[in-house]
Every structure is written in C-alpha cells, then in structure tokens.
Write a protein that binds this ligand. Structure first.
Ligand SMILES: O=C(O)CCC(=O)C(=O)O
Ligand SMILES: [Fe+2]
Length: 291
C-alpha cells in the first residue's frame, strides 16, 4: 500500500507521527562521539538481521534476484550510473520500506547523531546494487570521491544499509576520515578521482582513508554531509545490495542549490521543506512526539 492509498491518510499530520518499528536500536553515546570526530560511523547490528532479510526480499521483487532486472523509469530513476543499478524511492511503492523510513527510530538516530534533539524529516531513499564488474561493466564501477549534494543549510544524515553480506571486493563505501571538518570543498555530488580530490582540497591529505570493511546483515554506516567518500568497483562475484535513505533537521532551509526534488514541490530558497513528501518522522518528547 502506498502512502497515498493509506485509509486514514491526512497528509503531513498522518505521516509526521513517526511509527515504531521493532528491530532498530538506538545509537550509543560512544558512537555519537566517534561520528563527530570522523564524519561517519559504523553501527554494528543497528537493525535486526531478520528485518534486513525481509527488506532484501522486497528489493529483489523490485529489481530481480540479481538486482539487474528493473527497467529504468525515465525521468524518475537517476541517470543510469556506471557505478550501480539503482531503484529510486522504494518507500513509495513498498510498505515495508515506507515503515522503515517513517520509523521514529531512524529519525531519532539522525537527531542524536547530529547532536541536537530536534525534529527530523525524511528526504529520499534509493536502492543501490553494485553489480559484479565481470558481469556488467556499466553497473559495477568505482564511484569517485565526492561529498553528497545537500541543498539545505545544515548537515544531513545518510544511512548506508547493506541488505546482505558485503565484502570489500564488492565495492563497499570508503571515507576520508574527518574531511567533514573542511566544509563544502567542491560541487556537491560531483565525483572525482583521488588525485583530483587532493588537488581541489590539499588539506584532504591529512584525512586518513578508512580501512576496507566487511558487513553482516544489520550492520549500517551513517555519514554526515561534507564527509568525502567513494566506493571501489565490485570485483567480486555477487551483487552488492545497499539501501540508502537520508534525513535532515526539520528546520533546515532550502538554499536554492538546483534540486528538482525540492523545486518541483514549490519550495523556494530560504523556506523550510514543509511538505508531505518530506515528512517529520521524529519529534522530541517535549515537542509532543513519542520521544
Ligand atoms: O555505495 C554506493 O553505491 C554509494 C555510496 C554513497 O556515495 C553514499 O551512500 O552517499
Ligand atoms: Fe555519496
């Protein structure tokens, strides 16, 4: 059932409540501290592996068992990327993804990580399947170093959620640790090779590259805006399944950075993103939310 079809859907109010989804734990104080230091944090078993298993099944229904069967929906899915096969906004077509992104728990974790107990909105979500390069040259390549595009005036939280075991050779994400402290360095979303990144921002030499990591279902990475990151190619033999939703503080304002997602909803520069498609999923208890 889509949000539009929900029986008692009253728009923003209905979606803003923040559902309770069992199986998503809260981030710890130690994780929050390390996140501030590094700009990213690995969150072991953030999500119950059984819930992740169900999400993988749904993703396979949408994209095929190998993650390569969905047709690109013109004008909706992102430009076919050589780095992965993607499926944009699974939460609009699948009720499990809808429940997960509207969950109070993910929103609260975003607030806790950002260091201010403030309401959070969901922005968007995408499935990113990096296909084995050996099978698909055009869907398994490395993704260059970049900062995520953020059209607002404050940091967002991006959850990088493997839906299956991920080994380093499958092209897991890597970070230039601490690079968020350098602020915006070049155009958000623009991917460059490492030499070019160092040329554009020589201070990046002081940011250590994260080690290659393996993931079990349930392990998650959260990163903030402005941390420089990229992925290697998938030189393994299995598709790499990742789900990537994003959240931001409810009082952030649109800065006018070209963003069809925002502009086509009639939101003008310096306005908050007060729209049913950017629902508030978490509100602190004092503000009337369930905390
Ligand atoms: O892992 C990917 O395919 C993309 C990683 C990334 O750039 C992100 O999550 O922002
Ligand atoms: Fe990114």
């Amino acid at each position: 059932m889509s949000i539009q079809d929900a029986p008692e859907d009253t728009g923003t109010a209905q979606r803003s409540a923040g559902t309770d989804v069992p199986g998503i734990r809260q981030v710890t104080r130690a994780e929050i501290e390390k996140f501030w230091e590094n700009g990213w944090i690995r969150l072991p078993r953030l999500i119950d592996p059984d819930l992740i298993g169900s999400m993988l099944q749904r993703a396979q229904q949408l994209m095929g068992p190998e993650g390569d069967a969905n047709e690109e929906r013109k004008g909706f899915d992102f430009e076919t990327s050589p780095a992965s096969q993607s499926f944009r906004s699974p939460s609009e077509v699948d009720e499990l993804y809808e429940r997960v992104v509207l969950s109070k728990q993910l929103g609260r974790n975003a607030a806790l990580l950002l260091g201010r107990d403030h309401a959070q909105r969901f922005f968007d979500d995408i499935l990113l399947v990096k296909l084995p390069l050996s099978q698909r040259q055009d869907r398994g390549q490395a993704l260059g170093w970049h900062q995520d595009k953020n059209p607002t005036d404050r940091s967002w939280i991006y959850f990088w959620i493997p839906l299956d075991h991920v080994e380093p050779q499958q092209g897991a994400v890597r970070y230039l640790t601490g690079s968020h402290k350098l602020g915006p360095l070049w155009r958000g979303g623009a991917c460059v090779d490492l030499d070019e990144a160092y040329r554009l921002a020589p201070r990046l030499h002081s940011c250590e590259m994260s080690d290659e990591m393996s993931f079990e279902p349930g392990d998650v990475i959260a990163h903030c805006s402005w941390v420089v990151h990229g992925t290697d190619a998938n030189v393994g033999t299995r598709p790499r399944w990742v789900y990537r939703p994003s959240f931001f503080p409810a009082d952030a304002v649109y800065m006018g950075v070209p963003s069809p997602t925002i502009a086509e909803r009639g939101i003008k520069p310096f306005e908050i993103l007060d729209h049913a498609d950017f629902p508030i999923t978490y509100e602190p208890a004092a503000a009337g939310g369930a905390g």
